[in-house]
Write a protein that binds this ligand. Structure first.
Ligand code: ZN
Length: 243
């Protein structure tokens, strides 16, 4: 009897909570930035051009990392981005990707940030997978510190976005917090132009460590990438419902 009552209560919570989650995303604009691009490696001069990252000048893009078996980070980030876009659109959000395919180069991080600013995104997420030490595993979320005249307008909200995404990613994927970088799945960085140049709340999610065998096995699996996309969508919904 108690079990039946509990089940009924759980079901009630589920059906009443589901539309609330959807309405948090409905009408919102979200920018998804799939890190790198599939042919960056063929354009060393273009992506090597130094551009202003706010706190320093650095190459406009990089090639990204890959797993030991050769699954490349740009292919991974694009696949997750497309999966995430589908989920967010179903929930009523307008979604803008910073690149249309995985067969070109760039854009530079300056343009990746500018896209979010132009559409006045309610939230922006850069998707990456790390090339850390093979012995280290897990995910981490990167957000900017408050830098006067640069990120002071988005630092607090970006930190909140990072906290919410860390929780949803951990719960949704089961991956541990990174044990080789940051602290408890979080990292604050002032050297990322994609964050420094953003005027909308933005974080980078380093979804796992491609150089670690256990993480790589998961990231290479399509079903797990769908799980990643669902976890990120849940986090974005939670972030936007709290705004
Ligand atoms: Zn990356």
């Amino acid at each position: 009897m108690a079990c039946t009552a509990l089940f009924a209560l759980a079901l009630l919570v589920f059906v009443t909570a589901a539309p609330a989650r959807e309405s948090a995303l409905a009408g919102k604009t979200i920018v998804i930035d799939p890190g790198h691009n599939g042919r960056n490696w063929a354009h060393p001069e273009e992506i090597g051009r130094l551009v202003d990252a706010g706190t320093l000048r650095k190459p406009c893009d990089t090639t990204g990392t890959r797993t030991a078996s050769g699954y490349a980070e740009p292919a991974f980030t694009f696949d997750v981005a497309v999966r995430l876009r589908a989920i967010l659109r179903t929930a009523g959000a307008t979604v803008v990707l910073t690149r249309r395919s995985n067969s070109g180069w760039g854009p530079c991080f300056t343009e990746r940030a500018a896209i979010g600013n132009r559409v006045r995104a309610d939230a922006a997420v850069s998707i990456h997978a790390d090339g850390g030490p093979a012995s280290g595993r897990g995910f981490h979320v990167i957000y900017p510190p408050s830098i006067l005249g640069l990120t002071d307008d988005i630092a607090a909200e970006s930190r909140w976005l990072a906290l919410v995404l860390r929780a949803s990613y951990r719960a949704g994927t089961g991956l541990p917090h990174a044990d080789y970088v940051g602290s408890r799945g979080l990292s604050v960085r002032s050297d990322l132009g994609g964050l420094n140049l953003s005027d909308v709340p933005k974080v980078f999610v380093e979804t796992g460590n491609m150089r670690n065998a256990a993480d790589a096995r998961l990231l290479e699996r399509a079903a797990f990438r769908q799980r990643i996309a669902r976890a990120l969508a849940a986090g974005l919904g939670a972030f936007l419902s709290g705004r």
